[in-house]
Design a protein. Sequence first.
Length: 119
Amino acid sequence: MDSKNISFNDMPQMMAVMYDKLNELGDKVDRLMPTEKSEEPQWMNVAALIEYLPNHPAEQTVYGWTSARKIPFHKRGKSILFNKTEIDQWLSSGTYRKSQEEMEQEAMSFINSKRYGRR
């Protein structure tokens, strides 16, 4: 069909062609757009958190962090849950690492407990 000489009788067929081309264009644009990330939070229990963290801390360590409020957590009844996004932010902030002062205090407590424990 010559695009310069479109008659009124050709309009339904031309509309169908335009509709198909528009759908093709829409599909191409959809493929170019990044997929939306799920807004639903991903929850982890203590065991899943231990596996997720790079240094795989002991369960007692995680409970210590929660009682000292050093790690972001949520309590639902008796369960302690961790939001993956909050944990990722916590990890990237570097607050999960002990400071030099904390390590020195811990070492001194250990030494003192051994010293006085032998008597």
